[in-house]
Design a protein around this ligand. Sequence first.
Ligand code: G4P
Length: 533
Amino acid sequence: MKLKEEISKRKTFAIISHPDAGKTTLTEKFLLFGGAIQTAGAVKNNKIKKSATSDFMEIEKQRGISVATSVMGFKYKDKLINLLDTPGHRDFAEDTYRTLTAVDSVILVIDCVKGVEAQTERLMEVCRMRDTPVIVFINKMDLEGRDAFELLDELEEKLSIKVRPMTWPIGIGAKFKGVYNLGDSSLNLFESSKTKIAKDVTKIKSLQDAKLDEIIGSKQGDQLREDVELIEGVYEELDETAYLNGEIAPVFFGSAVNNFGIQEMLDQFVEIAPTPRARETNEGEIKPDKEKFSGFVFKIHANLDPKHRDRIAFLRVCSGKFERNKFFHHVRLDKNLRFSNPTSFMAKDKSVIDDAYPGDVIGLYDTGNFKIGDTLTEGEKYTFKGIPSFSPEIFKEVINNDPMKSKQLEKGIHQLTEEGVAQLFTARMGNKKYIGTVGELQFEVIQYRLQHEYGASCTFSPMNFYKACWFTSKNKEQLEEFIRLKSNYIVNDKDQNLVFLAQTSGILHITKQNYPDVEFHFTSEFKSQNALR
Ligand code: G4P
């Protein structure tokens, strides 16, 4: 009973956005509403600044600091909310994708001037892989942005999801006055405040209320009435099941920095966002209310101090109850482990916890037992699915500068790639190793860390690969022929899966034509069943 009660209180989510759309600002406002911080600025300090791209150590340092805010727990109404932070820097996109496997829903922030941007589309693709429920927040309505209806069309078109506005902006840019709540036909006009949560100053009960025209003027009043009529005619009511299935996204408008439209969204979020959901394993679904504990590691953070090579593994609790000092089973290593100081995170504070429930994320101190995707159970042998690797965009071969230190290099490369800093591909013949990343920054990080933490020195030689493709086929003969004839371009990933490194999109296209029965995938996890790989 207690377990079910704990589960029903929890909501675990992430805020995602293209850099600069307002993710950090919105996070801060949520923490203010939740009473977890008192003034704005607390989160901002931990942000990885986009301008610092050349100064990677600074970024690593900031990444280190951001451990404290990797998970921000706060209470709102009677709910316990776990907000998982995702790095804003594009080069750490893989980190973000993995974090998305540990949440039950997301809030997507869109800049109203820029609309749907490249990173927004990619993040949504990842959400769709798991049918993650999405709420959209269209931010910066105080700027001269695009027309609200046009933005909704763009969302539907580019993100392939139906939308339903829940609030509506009154004016835009200099004329932006606030948002009308379509759900309860009310209007809260807030005083804008950059640092604290202002009390609502005016509450209006209906669109017909004469006070409305008094406050926003009859021109904007008429426009609002007209817009609302159009919305009710064009958009269907929000179907909560469709939202939970990831088919329709409720949309809110506002200005994070001015604190407009946030409370409307947060109120709706606690109402409709899913409580911890069931997760897929290789032996079927595990429901959160299963009595026996289970969880998986989705992120590993290295200690920056080279004298302490310990790391923090972030574990999402999926079922049952996690307890401090109790032995749990590490499925991959077939080994029992216990944790004497597991930590939870409340806004900026870390504290040791005695227990944790489904939906919670805890930090486990690790001396090298964990790699991303590892499952912990109460003795059962299943493993969680759903931590895919995505095709990197930049590939380089590792060149060892110091043959005397080959062992250190090998060990360092393995540990760093297990942390998820980059992906490692190994040639099946010979000893060539390729590193694949989303951004250039990781190469600098790897080189620096190999030198300082492992005493190994290497350089990278660029490789002209376009994509890493995991592949499957039901046609054994064709699969074997493909592997034989393309052997120079077929490597192993970290889990010994075969991966085809296509040099160009043209080559991939021709390969697909030549081997019609071989299926190519840009992520390591795909829905193809009963296929050989
Ligand atoms: P991110 O985490 O998604 O990268 O975005 P962040 O919240 O840092 O916001 C990016 C910039 O947009 C910040 O300005 C922030 O103040 C601004 N911003 C956020 N919400 C709004 C809004 O509703 N309206 C307007 N006009 N601006 C908004 P900055 O100049 O980069 O930082 P700062 O010096 O203001 O802190």
